[in-house]
Design a protein around this ligand. Structure first.
Ligand SMILES: [Zn+2]
Length: 206
């Protein structure tokens, strides 16, 4: 790490770290660093505590793989959620994005990736065994494949559709409202809600 010339070392170190965050260039990092200097020591400590405790306080839900503070996430623990509908996504952040739309009342299953032979990611590297166990439950009626509209995301959706085709669950895919190459993370909540609402039964697409 190289310190910024003329800047006191503690501030320069902070600015360098802030500059590694996504979307934060050196100018913004400097502005953020200076604004922290203008806050009270107590406010800055509260922020620092949040950051330092983040990894310890957060984990993944044992059932669905979403972000969780405890063994199970707030969605799996919520009895008002419809456990018969499972929306399959690639990353924990996708759950947060879909929840922003507030329209979906089912549950989730996070794969923690997508099939990608080039990156050596096969079914064994994803949370598919735990999905098998959930889908085997006769109370589960619908699986919504909400993997990204990328080549690997589509391949993952095809893989899952084939895997569960002979079972009792209805399989659907989020609609084409998700643009080609689209990662869920970058879509607004309206587009996401619509893609979920207008999902297409797997056999009827194409
Ligand atoms: Zn969960």
């Amino acid at each position: 790490m190289h310190l910024l010339p003329g800047m006191p070392a503690p501030l320069a170190r902070l600015v360098e770290h802030l500059g590694t965050l996504p979307g934060i260039g050196q100018k913004s990092a400097m502005r953020l660093g200076l604004s922290l200097l203008n806050k009270s020591a107590e406010e800055v400590k509260q922020l620092a505590d949040c950051i330092s405790e983040l990894h310890e306080a957060m984990g993944f839900c044992e059932q669905c793989g979403a972000f969780a503070e405890h063994e199970h996430c707030a969605i799996c623990n919520n009895l008002r959620r419809d456990a018969s509908t499972i929306c399959v996504v690639e990353q924990p952040v996708d759950v947060l994005m879909l929840e922003r739309g507030r329209g979906f009342s089912g549950c989730y299953h996070v794969l923690h990736g997508r099939l990608s032979p080039i990156d050596g990611l096969g079914p064994d590297q994803l949370r598919i065994a735990s999905l098998d166990r959930r889908v085997a439950d006769k109370d589960v009626q619908e699986l919504i494949l909400a993997t990204s509209a990328t080549v690997d995301g589509e391949a993952t959706a095809h893989f899952l559709a084939r895997r569960y085709a002979s079972g009792h669950v209805k399989i659907s895919r989020i609609s084409r409202g998700v643009p080609e190459g689209g990662e869920l993370e970058y879509l607004d909540e309206y587009t996401l809600s619509r893609a979920l609402d207008q999902r297409v039964v797997w056999e009827q697409r194409l």
